[in-house]
Write a protein that binds this ligand. Structure first.
Ligand code: TXA
Ligand code: MG
Length: 365
């Protein structure tokens, strides 16, 4: 049986959090809300506890977990002291949807958390429930998204229940999450500048975006104007070969039906191509669905037309994306056509998730 606590997202009831924290401290798994998506937490130092996360999710063991902390002082316990550029990033974005990959301090975390890597992804979530729960548990909390591996991440407690009810010890219900997409995963890589042109001992660093997410490339560049930021596109093409964020290589976020993503420069051609795909699928006897935006919803004929936010407000698209993907499953849709969105700002993370949900099945209109 999975225990359930309903708490106020802004001012969570301390008694409920104490009970949930006691389960975490005892090596059990508890799902909780963050500002991005719901996470499935366990004590990151306890190998049996961490193993339960992998089992509950059905997650491949070579995909490392993000470790969540409630206080900057926990960083020094878990990782090497951060470079100055990293400190500036943390000042700018913590608490918040930024996961920093840092050299791990040996011997503190369960080796299952890092999946054998010499680095650990650390994040301080910007959510009162998450922060107070982690603080009350008194341990670093390993927490992947609280979905069965491969399914869309959970933005509502009902999504967590669908996937994990009966498989985990507890769920803290703090209502819908905010951003709706996972954190941006970054790694800062330093090299000592060679050649005499640079100042003595000058260090050059590059920031790699390993997974696009809630913090955009533009926000990262604004916080670190003197550091090159290698964008998500590079990370994604690299991911096909030797993924830096191991999770990028797996099928992800996928609804049960077949999905195709349609993109192109001319919106009218995209709309026409999608309608053609839908009509063909319908003539094959499929139930059809289209994933679109408020502006275009009226243009389509399908069994299920899901308007996921508005194109003029990509934050609303991010918030609704995973719930929209799950909606097609509930409606028993066999064929889904999704409309691409522009890749600026949050659009980079949205398109990254749509490409994965479509399993690389992309049509140019
Ligand atoms: O917003 C989020 O990040 C959510 C909430 C719950 O915090 N968590 C989340 O965790 O999305 P998960 O496990 O679903 O995704 C973690 C991603 C994976 O792509 C994984 O490969 C990458 O982060 N990752 C974790 N540790 C890493 C490391 N040491 N080096 C490179 N990538 C790492
Ligand atoms: Mg995940």
């Amino acid at each position: 049986m999975t225990k359930l606590w309903h708490v106020n997202a802004e001012q969570p009831q301390p008694e409920s959090l104490q009970e949930a924290a006691a389960l975490l401290a005892a090596g059990k798994t508890v799902a909780f809300p963050t500002e991005t998506v719901y996470g499935l937490g366990a004590d990151a130092r306890n190998t049996e506890a961490v193993r339960s996360i992998f089992e509950a999710k059905g997650r491949p063991s070579d995909n490392p977990l993000i470790v969540h902390i409630a206080d900057r002082s926990q960083l020094e316990v878990l990782a090497a002291p951060p470079a100055e550029a990293v400190s500036r990033l943390l000042d700018a974005f913590w608490p918040g949807p930024l996961t920093m990959v840092l050299p791990v301090r040996p011997g503190v975390l369960s080796p299952l958390v890092t999946a054998g890597l010499s680095t650990v992804g650390l994040r301080m979530p910007d959510h009162p429930v998450a922060l107070q729960l982690i603080a009350a548990a008194g341990c670093p909390v390993a927490a992947p998204s609280a979905n069965r591996s491969g399914r869309p991440s959970p933005t509502l407690v009902s999504h967590v229940q669908e996937d994990l009810e009966g498989r985990i010890a507890g769920i803290v219900d703090g209502g819908p999450t905010g951003v709706g997409l996972e954190s941006t995963v970054v790694e800062y890589v330093e090299t000592v500048a060679s050649g005499s042109a640079s100042a003595s001992g000058a260090i050059q660093g590059v920031l790699h975006i390993l997974r696009p997410g809630g913090i955009t490339a533009a926000q990262l560049r604004a916080a670190l104007p003197d550091v090159p930021v290698l964008g998500a596109a590079e990370a994604e093409s690299e991911a096909a070969e030797a993924p830096r964020a191991p999770g990028m290589k797996y099928a992800h976020y996928a609804p049960r039906g077949a999905m195709v993503l349609v993109q192109g420069d001319a919106p009218e051609r995209v709309l026409a191509r999608i309608q053609r795909e839908l009509d063909q699928a319908r003539s094959r006897g499929e139930r059809t669905g289209v994933l679109t935006y408020g502006e275009h919803a009226a243009a389509y004929r399908a069994d299920r037309v899901v308007a996921c936010g508005r194109l003029s407000d990509l934050e609303s698209v991010a918030q609704g994306l995973y719930a929209a993907l799950r909606e097609f499953d509930e409606a028993g849709i066999g064929f889904i056509a999704a409309e691409a969105c522009p890749e600026d700002g949050l659009g980079a993370a949205i398109m990254n998730r749509l490409r994965k949900a479509a399993g690389g099945n992309i049509l140019e209109a």
